[in-house]
Design a protein around this ligand. Structure first.
Ligand code: HEM
Length: 170
């Protein structure tokens, strides 16, 4: 399917404004993730109150740059490789996708409309993102030059940068 990028951006803008905004959405994301997928809870060391800000900043950066793949690819490859350090497994990606779409649906239904078209587009976009991250996590050695050129270390982190989830130049 062709992604409806405008619809994804529009729903994310609504998520910022409705039902308590990204803080409510982000905290709910981890609450539901740990309830529904208790097996991944031990991977997370950062408290949800901090972690949700990173996730939302990252999703925001991805949404903002979805029409500029040249910026997005090194960012997503680095993020996939960083997730190896967090002991993430490929099989966890569908769970995170399911969870994000479910909490978005809940969040946007509180004050407005959530449609099947929105669900399809978010699912498709998150699948593309997950596939790009997993591809790099499966073969980190194939992405070393790209990471270096984009200012990342071989493990996907950036030198002296405590916020690798923020995308430079967006
Ligand atoms: C769409 C896919 C995903 C996105 C956009 C995403 C985003 C992020 C971001 C922005 C961070 C903050 C640290 C950093 O940037 O390196 C992070 C950390 C983390 N992510 Fe993900 N992630 C995704 C998939 C997953 C999956 C599938 C898992 C598996 C359960 C996972 C587990 C973790 C863990 C354990 C951390 C470190 C938490 C800590 O600091 O304690 N992520 N993720």
């Amino acid at each position: 399917m062709t992604l409806n990028v405008a619809l994804i951006a529009e729903t994310f803008e609504r998520a910022k404004l409705e039902n308590g905004g990204l803080q409510t959405l982000g905290l709910r994301f981890y609450q539901r993730l740990f309830e529904k997928y208790p097996g991944v809870k031990h991977l997370f060391n950062t408290p949800p109150e901090e972690q949700h800000k990173k996730l939302m900043a990252s999703v925001g950066a991805i949404v903002a740059s979805v029409t500029q793949p040249e910026k997005m690819l090194p960012y997503l490859h680095a993020m996939g490789i960083r997730h190896l350090e967090y002991k993430t497994e490929n099989a966890h990606y569908p769970a995170v996708q399911e969870n994000l779409v479910a909490v978005l649906a809940e969040h946007l239904s509180a004050e407005g409309e959530w449609t099947e078209e929105m669900a399809e587009n978010w699912n498709a976009a998150l699948k593309v993102i997950s596939d790009i991250m997993v591809e790099a996590a499966d073969k980190p050695e194939a992405y070393q030059q790209e990471l270096l050129d984009a200012g990342y270390l071989p493990n996907g982190f950036r030198v002296a940068d405590p916020k690798p989830w923020e995308m430079v130049g967006v």
